[in-house]
Design a protein around this ligand. Structure first.
Ligand code: CU
Ligand code: CU
Length: 306
């Protein structure tokens, strides 16, 4: 598995050189703006279609779960937009049994309006402007939230700063945990088990030990950017790369807040952070939550630097 070169998020991304040129142009325009306001430049409307549905997914080697999902995946799709974009979210609830909803931590809206329950079989839409750059959680907010997240309804949304970020290899890592007894290769997640704070598995990107068994290739000496989100439902991530120190950590991915020289940084349940580093020597570097009880339960992977 190779880590994605970046900016690589999708067809609508600008190349960084062009972004830099635009930034210069915009700075020039801003001076002129005292005379004529050019309005929000570059902002786009992005449509996000989510479907709440049940799907059996693999959550650990040899273990499946009948999950509640966004778009049939745990975590749901990575959504990537740019600061200032308007996000039009349509949630179709294909679950015949119960209501679902979606709560975007990147949004600043009334939860009763935007994050309202969508009854079985119905579709509801709302929109918000992504005003804050960063990396954020989205999740089902239907009560009990503990259960809806515990069953698999969460994902990451990246809001790129206007003008973009410096080029780097990029990877999104969503940490979460799964609860309940395993029988015959199937986990039986119960609400009671979720209330114990004692999960059976912890995982990056929905599969315990996935990146232990499928290390992520990275080049030595080149910048790497990790977007880490802790979906929980209850555990955070004490994120650490064995053998390296982060050049920069941005809580919630806000480029205005930069910590440097950090070995381990706690991403709270419901939070996110951008981690920037480069690998100094060839080798196999474990990445973990340094709460090792949960690394042992699956929140453990490797970077293979060469
Ligand atoms: Cu739900
Ligand atoms: Cu939330």
């Amino acid at each position: 598995m190779t880590i994605a070169p970046a900016p690589s998020a999708g067809p609508r991304r600008r190349p960084p050189a062009l972004a830099a040129i635009l930034l210069v142009v915009l700075a020039t325009v801003a001076v002129i703006a005292a005379v004529a306001d050019p309005g929000p430049a570059e902002a786009e409307t992005v449509k996000v279609d989510l479907v709440a549905k049940h799907r059996k997914v693999t959550i650990a080697p040899g273990v499946k779960m009948k999950a509640w999902t966004f778009n049939g995946k745990v975590p749901g799709p990575v959504i990537r937009v740019e600061e200032g974009d308007t996000i039009e979210v349509a949630l179709r609830n294909a679950d015949r049994m119960m209501a679902h909803s979606v709560d975007f931590h990147a949004a600043q809206v009334s939860p009763q309006h935007g994050f309202a329950d969508v009854p079985p079989g119905e579709t509801r839409s709302f929109s918000f402007v992504a005003r804050r750059p960063g990396v954020f959680l989205y999740h089902c907010g239907t009560s009990p939230v503990l259960q809806h997240i515990g069953m698999g309804m969460y994902g990451a949304i990246l809001v790129d700063p206007a003008g973009g970020r410096a080029p780097a290899r990029e990877k999104v890592l969503v940490q979460s945990e799964f609860y309940g007894p395993v029988e015959h290769g199937l986990i039986h997640p119960t609400y009671r088990a979720m209330q114990t704070r004692d999960p059976t598995f912890a995982a990056f990107n929905g599969r315990a030990f996935h990146y232990r068994d499928n290390p992520i290739d990275v080049p030595v000496g080149e910048p790497v950017r990790l977007y880490v989100v802790a979906a929980g439902p209850t555990l955070g991530s004490d994120f650490h790369v064995v053998g390296e120190i982060f050049d920069a950590v941005q809580p919630d991915g806000n480029p205005l807040d930069v910590l440097s020289g950090v070995s381990t940084y706690g991403v709270p349940a419901g939070g996110g952070a951008v981690f920037e580093l480069s690998f100094d020597e060839a080798g196999r570097y474990p990445f973990v939550t340094h709460s090792f009880r949960w690394a042992d339960a699956g929140a453990l992977g490797f970077f293979e630097a060469s």
